[in-house]
Design a protein around this ligand. Structure first.
Ligand SMILES: [Zn+2]
Ligand SMILES: [Zn+2]
Length: 380
């Protein structure tokens, strides 16, 4: 007996007791016969071609494919993407009956109803939209809920890198989280996790939400500054990950708001896993308790000799090298210090000498305060 004849015997046994749709019947034997279409095989094996019985396993779920396809098309109308994948939520009773038939007739190594269903939906959606199925790393993922006849869509996050230049004081780098959800995203904040957009983070986020859609943004900053600091030169680099974006590309490379310029915008694979090394050129306005003289200020040149030791409250110790030092006296108690240093030096603590050795106060032997500091440039 050929494989096909053996199968026909078994098919007759099964169909005597259970009505099955073409998809389910074909699915039970297609792997064994190395055939790709369950439906066509089912049609061939089915004895009664005229009336389609109510399927014992799936209750004719496959008759509804076009309805679920429409759900998928509707939910992805606003998304731009080139690849997708489909998942499904199916009633447990269907899976139970499928398992029962498989074990009763000792059918091994066949696809589940769910696999068949998602594959069929994938094929139909691909044919309709000319987009490709990609199960490993799709741009968007559908979850078709066959229980309550709904469709959920998630899109893969995208990450951008860029730089920002800030030319006005009193703008924070970071945005406070939405008070209602602490940043997780809720109806009040439109699932953005932030409800105001008056910081560098807020303004960049708002711009990206407008251009690309998306729910939340997650920033990786290359260093930070005070609210009162300017960021000049080529600006401070940042990475931002956008969750669930609608669009996946951005033509604009730069954009200018009143006092915030975003430049070098581009899509990258991911945010850096390890902190990036960078150098900052910083200008500090420093006031001193006692009067300063030129001879005293000259000692600042020694800052280049040894790295500055920085202690955190946690006890963590780090070293920051200073590469260049310039200063100019403005009055008896004020001077401007201009340094180029390894990124991450806590500027105010460095001036005051607060757990930073040597601090400016120790070098000049008088209590010093940093009134204001600006970033003239940041190099990565
Ligand atoms: Zn069926
Ligand atoms: Zn919220």
């Amino acid at each position: 007996m050929s494989d096909y004849q053996k199968i026909t015997v078994l098919v007759n046994q099964i169909l005597k007791k259970y009505d099955l749709c073409n998809n389910c019947l074909g699915r039970l034997f297609s792997k064994q016969l190395h055939l790709s279409s369950n439906k066509l095989l089912g049609k061939k094996l089915q004895k009664n071609l005229n009336s389609i019985p109510k399927c014992y396993i799936c209750k004719n779920l496959f008759d509804n494919l076009s309805y679920f396809l429409k759900l998928m098309l509707d939910s992805s109308l606003d998304n731009s993407f080139s690849t997708f994948s489909v998942g499904a939520i199916i009633k447990p009773s269907i899976i139970d009956r499928d398992d029962y038939i498989r074990s009763k007739y000792k059918l091994r190594g066949i696809d589940s109803v769910k696999t068949d269903m998602t594959r069929e939906l994938g094929k139909l959606f691909s044919k309709k939209t000319k987009k490709n199925v990609d199960f490993l790393d799709p741009d968007i993922t559908f979850t078709v809920n066959l229980k309550d006849e709904s469709c959920q869509l998630r899109s893969k996050s995208i990450t951008l890198s860029g730089r920002y230049i800030k030319t006005l004081r009193n703008i924070s780098q970071k945005q406070k989280s939405c008070t209602n959800c602490s940043g997780k995203g809720c109806r009040i904040c439109n699932f953005h996790g932030i409800s105001e957009f008056d910081s560098v983070e807020g303004m960049i986020s708002q711009f990206l939400f407008e251009k690309l859609g998306g729910t939340t943004t997650k920033f990786t900053w290359i260093g930070g500054e005070d609210k009162s600091s300017l960021v000049l030169g080529t600006g401070r680099p940042f990475f931002v990950k956008i969750q669930n974006p609608l669009k996946r590309n951005l033509k604009l490379k730069s954009v200018t708001f009143d006092f915030l310029k975003i430049t070098n915008l581009k899509i990258v694979n991911e945010s850096p896993k390890k902190p990036l090394k960078f150098k900052s050129s910083i200008e500090m306005k420093i006031s001193t308790e006692s009067e300063i003289d030129k001879k005293n200020l000259k000692k600042l040149k020694d800052l280049k000799t040894n790295p500055i030791i920085v202690y955190e409250k946690s006890g963590k110790r780090s070293e920051k090298s200073i590469f260049s030092v310039k200063y100019s006296k403005k009055s008896q108690n004020k001077f401007i210090l201009h340094i180029k240093t390894e990124g991450g030096l806590p500027v105010k603590r460095f001036v005051a000498g607060d757990d930073v050795y040597p601090g400016i106060s120790q070098i000049l032997n008088t209590s010093c305060q940093c009134q204001e500091f600006d970033f003239l440039d940041i190099e990565v």
